[in-house]
Design a protein around this ligand. Structure first.
Ligand code: PA5
Length: 456
């Protein structure tokens, strides 16, 4: 059981062109495996579960088992790769209304994870503080560089709040910092305040870091099964780490999307019929967008939630500019979260008189209706000139999400190599950061600030 890649609705000429990329894709994988690719010093994510992830997951579980504070809410402060992976996993596997459900009894839920430091909205932070006030929070501040403005500002505010509410000593037990092992402002702050710290490995970039402490600590705090997540990822890496990967679906996906790009497609849409996968799509958008969008190249990555978006952007996909490639992310048995072995399914009920005309759907599962809508969409979009791919997993659990993470990370590394870029840097992100510093008067950026203001 693994991630499947189905190219039935991909044009024959693009499939043929992807086949010619099979050898370069395999060579790209070998270069990732031995670190000889562009940005090879950042390929620690490959085979991470076996190298360090499994041991780390066990250590984190042990640490959390010994925590001496009660908490019912996990606050993650971070941006980009420092929060998106956690959110992708957590939202895919937690009850969508977990935060609104009771804390005890039949509806007892795991501690919810909430997020800060991924925007600069004052109103957003005010509301978050309202929520903290109602709960017993534990805070995980995450920044590899330790100097990113958004999480640094949010952490200052949250730290101030925590110290006022709990006092310095208890706050120190309620704050965990995940950052570079030796440098950066967050490392210094954490050491001064005696926070528990976890390291972001030197050889893993932010958007590839979900299986390191960056994702594993908050996910374990929220009682998700991080060992299964890591071992699910290892199942994919195991098939890729030795010998000939053959026609592995991750390499196939990389080759197919590359063939579409070379044929003139500019945008890849990742579409799902499961709202709980929305943040997996956000994580995928960053993974591929930030890795490949450079040197004037790369597919722009965007996400669609079906069937919702069939009533908004569906028209464009069907009939607008033919610059799109569409990848459907499908779950065979999406089910509901939890349920302790109890089947949680919905059949379309009987309606006396059939006034809404839905009698033909009576007693059929809603999942069947959703699957038909997605298949119908795939056929329609393929007929409309959009090359369509389908990636699939049998169900959503820690194991399959771990598999998807390893699948997409590998596909991204290979695809970036086929594109001829270094997928592990992000020079383009610096431009806005410098302008922000200039406009806010950060020491050292005064001249840039003056230049920018003259343009206003
Ligand atoms: O993928 C990346 O490297 C980025 O998205 C970073 O994760 C993001 O900019 C946050 O950086 P940091 O963890 O240093 O605060």
């Amino acid at each position: 059981m693994s991630v499947s890649c189905d190219a039935r609705f991909f044009p024959a000429e693009l499939k043929a062109s992807a086949e010619t990329l099979a050898k370069p894709a395999a060579e790209a994988l070998y270069a990732i495996r031995d670190g000889s690719c562009a940005g090879g010093e950042w390929t620690g994510w490959f085979d991470w579960p076996r190298k360090s992830g499994e041991r780390l997951a066990a250590d984190i579980k042990e640490y959390i088992g010994k925590l001496d504070v009660y908490y019912d809410l996990v606050l993650v402060i971070g941006i980009g790769g420092s929060y998106l992976g956690t959110r992708a996993v957590s939202e895919a596997l937690s009850h969508s209304y977990g935060i609104a459900l009771g804390k005890a009894g039949r509806h007892a839920r795991r501690p919810a994870i909430v997020y800060a430091g991924h925007h600069l909205s004052e109103a957003g932070l005010v509301e978050l503080l309202d929520l903290l006030e109602e709960r017993q929070p534990i805070v995980n501040v995450i920044s590899k560089s330790g100097t990113t403005t958004e999480p640094a500002v949010a952490f200052r505010v949250v730290r101030h709040y925590m110290e006022k509410r709990f006092g310095k000593a208890e706050s120190s037990r309620r704050i965990i910092a995940t950052t570079d092992k030796s440098k950066g402002a967050l490392r210094r702050l954490a050491e001064e305040a005696h926070y528990k710290t976890f390291d972001v490995p030197d050889d893993v970039g932010g958007r590839f870091s979900v299986l390191t402490a960056v994702g594993l600590v908050p996910l374990a705090l929220a009682t998700l099964d991080i060992e299964r997540l890591v071992s699910g990822a290892d199942e994919i890496f195991r098939a890729l780490r030795e010998g000939d990967p053959g026609d592995h679906p991750a390499l196939r996906y990389a080759a197919l999307r590359t063939a579409a790009y070379r044929s003139g497609k500019k945008i890849e849409l990742l579409a799902t019929g499961e709202p709980r996968l929305q943040y997996l799509i956000e994580w995928w958008k960053q993974l591929f967008g930030e890795s490949e969008g450079k040197d004037g190249k790369g597919l722009f990555t965007a996400g669609l939630n079906y069937t919702t978006d069939l009533h908004s952007l569906g028209q464009y996909v069907q009939d607008g500019e033919r610059i799109l490639l569409e990848t459907f992310l499908e779950v065979e048995q999406p089910g509901g979260e939890g349920g302790a072995g109890v089947e949680r399914r919905i059949r379309v009920p009987h309606l006396q008189g059939d006034a809404d005309g839905l009698g033909y759907l009576e007693q059929r599962f809603l999942g069947e209706v959703n699957a038909a809508a997605l298949l119908g969409t795939r056929l329609a979009h393929a007929d409309g000139g959009v090359p369509c791919l389908q990636l699939g997993v049998p169900r959503l659990d820690e194991r399959t999400i771990g598999q998807l993470i390893a699948f997409f990370e590998t596909a991204c590394g290979v695809s970036g190599a086929l594109l001829g870029v270094n997928p592990y840097d992000q020079p383009g992100v610096e431009a806005y950061k410098k302008n922000l510093f200039g406009l806010l008067g950060k020491p050292g950026f005064e001249d840039l600030g003056a230049t920018l203001r003259r343009r206003l």
